[in-house]
Design a protein. Sequence first.
Length: 430
Amino acid sequence: MQDFELKNVKGTFDFLPEEQIIRNKITNTLRDSFELYGYLPLETPIICYYDLLASKYAGGSEILKEVYKLEDQGKRKLGLRYDLTVPFSKVIGMMKEPVLPFKRYEIGKVFRDGPVKMGRNREFYQCDVDVCGVKDISIEAELFSMTVYAYTKLGIDIEIKYNNRKLLSGLILECGIKEDIISNVILIIDKLEKISKKELYFELNSIGVNESIADKLFSCFSLSLEEIKDKYINTNNELLKQGIEEILELNAYLEGMNIIKYTSFKPFLARGLEIYTGTVWEIFDKKNRITSSLGGGGRYDKIITNFINDGNIYPAVGMSFGLEPIYTILKEENIKTPLYDLYIFPFEMSPEILNIAQTLRQSGIKVIVEMNRKKIKKGLDFANRNNIPYVIIVGEDEIKTNTYSLKNMLTGEQRSLSLEEIVKELKNEN
């Protein structure tokens, strides 16, 4: 008798075929969207040197709390990747002469030893797109456009909340907060829509930001972009000035592309990681079926620049599409995706039956053949249970005449058709 319990680690899951069909639909839709916008596939190792993951140029101290640490037989310190951005940056850094801009996408598993909640697991897929070598704000606008396109294809109505880290840091400085605690302040501000104002004031006070300065800061966060621009039009704060200019430039692109209606400016949006240097954004479900973000991204001009360290600047922008929260929404919507196009029920198995299946499959029709000699009622129950839209029942006469009764399981309609006509019917249906 086994001395262990059969169960998954908390925050990890097995996905059965009907679930994996939905997940494949998501990744296939995203892959098509990425390639439509000129991004090319890349694959990187799951296991990384811990020094790379812990680098000050990577995710910052906060993310290290969630890194799974390993040691190999050679006593080397390793870790499981917690995102796909750092491995991408490593790839660029290892290229002898990178041809820029380099646009890539990667869909792969990442691991975080963090709290588990709806839409947030310990082992999960990230679907990332990144580009290195474009300084212009137009690349952010293109990523926003691709985001709208991809989520529309998935049938999810979204809102993209966005900001600029220069603008945010500039506002923090403008309120009289010292430069050396900006990163700590940003980590607290990033919780603005997640915890109470009382808790925010307590956390800010704990790092030396008193109530009057906090009041001033939150007053800034209530301003619109136009109000911020008007208020600080003559500022000597270069960081704030650059942030305002970059947001206005991005808005011009979004308006020109007619996608600004999908977006909203949030001057307090931070995205906690320290890597971001400019535009940042997060994606949310407009129907609030899930409260966590469905993805997000930002500009990170320093990571690759510092990895390569050859005196040149390597601007980079990237984003992640959240497979897990997207899957949660589509699963909750109870979207039934057929596992097969057609179920063949033979009265007797024979080489001809598999030949029929082969002919259909060569035409791109997904076919499953009944091989366990079930009774016909159980066969039809199987088809209904698996949402199979069509069934053909095959006996000796059908094989001899090449005429088969095609049953539509949704309507109950049956028609006698040749194999060629069945192929045409199902191809038109798809």
